[in-house]
Ligand binder design. Structure first.
Ligand code: TYD
Ligand code: MG
Length: 451
């Protein structure tokens, strides 16, 4: 019998099946399977199979020059300390968020350091890229531009010019001729990524792949793509805020906790070296319902303002919203407040917001959320030079959190004078210039508000 030349892919998660299925076993989406042809196995694959011997770990030497710095600190940090030679990096994000701009700026910095960079665009014409580049400033080095979507040609060009870094903008426009489906479809994106991976591993060039994110939040179609690359970065931001966050969600060469903060300006993206200051801009001082919390992103302390508005409800079911933090966590904390602090929130609407558009879900924010709710409910403001952090347990106890010293140090650096923190954390902190108040439970926090 003739071999199957088509398979079915889930359009959402890339799950592959020989038959059409109504519901995807991978992501549970309904009616998401589409039939797509797959590439014929070329005779070459047998040749690749000539085997090599396993190597002793101790015999393997790593070249010291194995990372290059782009010079954009925020970018290098997210990558784990620089661009790794020969790696395949996916940069995902919503259309228009600034992915092309970011990578063009990286190209600029790299060519300024006399690296050879090839920027391949399937979305914009040479003159469009030139126009954008002109906004970003003067390019001193030599940047090669190439407008093409056919991966075979792209492969040839990469082999011919052997650049240090290649940027592919974007994976959704790339295609291979052997595959019949349209660019952007699951099988095209998969094959395109596989081709690029072979090029990266074979020639040692670093390839950055730009990918647009679907509204569901995955890089169009393929989760598969995330498995194939070495590093996945997401570039995210609020449509209403000028700042953008670059976040590593997968990194074979570093931690995935790091973030880089940028601000979109008229001349491209500008690094935000001190995000805390940025987040606290325009904070109301001495207002009930507003407190400042010390949170951690990766290994980086960021101070954020947490706001709460608690008011009598006009509905049968009180309304609760949580912007920038976890909705269920807010409900839980309100239940703890009712039970352990004895305040009546059952007939109150509550709106909680992490100002500035940041999203913080770590438990260390609990104490700030609780205090903001208490502060709004009782109409008592917390002193504006006070900062807090700590996890709140179900019995109303305040539990220790990680990296407490970093948080206190950041607060002290930004001029905060008092820090309310879990008693268990207090003992180990040696930061001068800030008064530490250790608390064990919610009642003690209420006492501080009343003072
Ligand atoms: P772009 O990099 O084209 O986004 P993506 O590649 O992720 O789709 O960024 C486009 C947006 O950035 C566009 O709306 C205009 C804005 N922008 C600036 O505000 N300043 C600038 O200097 C540049 C180049 C773009
Ligand atoms: Mg773009």
């Amino acid at each position: 019998m003739a071999k199957n030349k088509t398979v079915f892919f889930c359009k959402d998660c890339g799950f592959e099946s020989a038959k059409w299925i109504g519901q995807c076993p991978g992501c549970k989406a309904w009616n998401s399977f589409a039939e797509e042809p797959v590439a014929k196995k070329s005779a070459k694959s047998a040749a690749i199979k000539n085997f090599s011997e396993p190597q002793l770990l101790s015999n393997i030497t790593v070249e010291s020059e194995f990372r290059m710095q782009s010079g954009i600190e925020e970018f290098d940090r997210v990558l784990g300390g620089g661009i790794v030679q020969g790696s395949l990096v996916l940069v995902g994000g919503d259309p228009g968020i600034g992915k092309s701009t970011l990578l063009l700026q990286v190209c600029k910095e790299l060519t300024d350091k006399s690296k050879k960079v090839l920027y391949i665009s399937g979305e914009e014409s040479l003159s469009q890229i030139k126009l954008r580049a002109e906004r970003l400033g003067v390019f001193h080095g030599e940047l090669l531009l190439y407008c093409e979507t056919d991966l075979e040609l792209i492969g040839n060009i990469i082999h011919k010019h052997t650049p240090d870094v290649v940027v592919i903008d974007s994976i959704q426009t790339m295609h291979r001729d052997e595959i019949d489906s349209a660019p952007g479809s699951v099988s095209q994106v998969r094959e395109a990524t596989a081709t690029l991976m072979q090029i990266a591993k074979g020639t040692g060039v670093t390839i950055f792949i730009i990918g647009h994110v679907t509204k569901e939040g995955t890089v169009a179609g393929p989760r598969v793509l995330e498995h194939m690359v070495d590093t996945v970065l997401y570039f995210e931001g609020d449509n209403y805020a000028a700042y953008r966050i670059l976040r590593a969600v997968k990194n074979r060469f570093g931690s995935t906790n790091e973030i880089g903060v940028f601000e979109m300006q008229g001349k491209g993206l500008v690094e935000v070296k001190n995000p805390s200051e940025f987040m606290l801009k325009g904070r109301p001082e001495g207002e009930p319902g507003s407190v400042v919390a010390a949170s951690i992103e990766g290994t980086r302390p960021i101070l954020v303002e947490v706001q709460a508005l608690v008011c009598r409800t006009n509905f049968n079911m009180p309304r609760r919203t949580a912007a920038g933090t976890d909705y269920n966590r807010v409900n839980l904390l309100m239940a703890v407040l009712e039970k352990r602090a004895g305040i009546q929130l059952a007939d109150c609407d509550a709106y909680v917001n992490v100002a500035g558009g940041m999203r913080v879900t770590e438990p260390a924010l609990d104490l700030a959320i609780t205090t903001a709710i208490l502060s709004s409910y009782q109409n008592l403001a917390l002193d504006n030079k006070t900062i807090l952090f700590g996890e709140v347990g179900l019995t109303g106890e305040i539990r220790a959190v990680n990296l407490a010293e970093y948080r206190v140090a950041e607060a002290s650096k930004l001029g905060f004078e008092v820090c309310i923190l879990p008693q268990a954390n207090k003992e180990n902190i040696k930061v001068s210039g800030i008064k530490l108040i250790g608390v064990k439970n919610i009642q003690e926090v209420m006492g501080i508000l009343k003072r």
